[in-house]
Design a protein around this ligand. Sequence first.
Ligand code: ACO
Length: 320
Amino acid sequence: MGFKICGTGSSVPETVVTNNDLTAFLDTSDEWIKTRTGICERRVMKSETLLDLAEKASLEAMRSAGLMSSDIDMIIISSLQGDFISPSMCCLLSAKLGINCTHMFDINMGCSGFIFALDMADSYLTAKKATAVLIVCAEGMSRMTDWTDRKTCILFGDAAGAVICVPGDGCIDLSLNIKGSYEHLYVGRSPNNSPFEQTEEYPPFLHMNGQEIYKFAVEAITNDIQRLLDKNAMTPNDIAYFFIHQANMRIIDSARQKLGQPEDKFPHNLEFYGNTSSASIPLLLDEINRAGLLEKDDRILLSAFGSGLTTSACILNWSF
Ligand code: ACO
């Protein structure tokens, strides 16, 4: 594969909502949420827009890569939904950042969006259609959760995470899987006023069968990781850090135990941000990178799962 990550950035809204804050309007408790998920608090947009978060994360990533807007010639945004349905976020972000390029698009691949975006960046860089790709995963989960549903709204938060990809040998392998189903996890859409449509309406909120997704996630993560390691003649011991989609600490722990790995190889920050969909892995990657914990040539493994249903995994050779 023909890319490497050369810069990371992230941004979260200022407003912190703790588990105790939720008890003001929900029949829940800090203890239940912490024990079942590991989440203590999350960030929610109040005065920020998703574009604001995306812009800040992008500027940080460009600074970390030592690049300017004029160096970027492609943008990929991963988001379940931007500030507008149209125009797409990439159009608005390119104008905000003064990035003048034609290769840009938004993708909607749920929580797997970051690794799907890495795959697309790789294709454009390998085909020499781009030389520096800005990937931004920007998610406004607080806008699509049903705040009266204690089974789902306690899980999510808003954030943006960004990376810059340039040509290089920083990716050892990558795998993507799509099941194509919505029964257990979907976000419906706002009602329209078409006098013609007769199809079933789905509420414009995130709907999830938690137990089914839990089972799917544990199996998918361990299978994806093991398959990718086997394919590349590696074992879990060859990996310095596993960056798993930050959905639930029990899911991460269960995968870790199946792989027989120590806790310190599975960084996490879901206690502070909850599940931020596709932003979760780049947000964590930026945190760990900024903390100086990644050494050049460390092998790191990313693994995500989410609506679609999709799963994705990627082994990177950290190279900056
Ligand atoms: N506070 C208090 N009680 C609650 C709450 C709450 N917030 N939510 C549910 N309960 C109750 C239920 O009503 C139920 O009570 P009952 O037994 O009297 O009916 C009991 O707690 C157990 O409910 P379960 O749904 O069985 O709880 P579970 O242990 O499965 O945990 C959870 C639920 C946390 C959602 C878990 O299933 C999970 O994490 N699933 C995976 C979710 C996930 O990973 N999503 C990521 C993909 S989506 C995306 O990333 C966009």
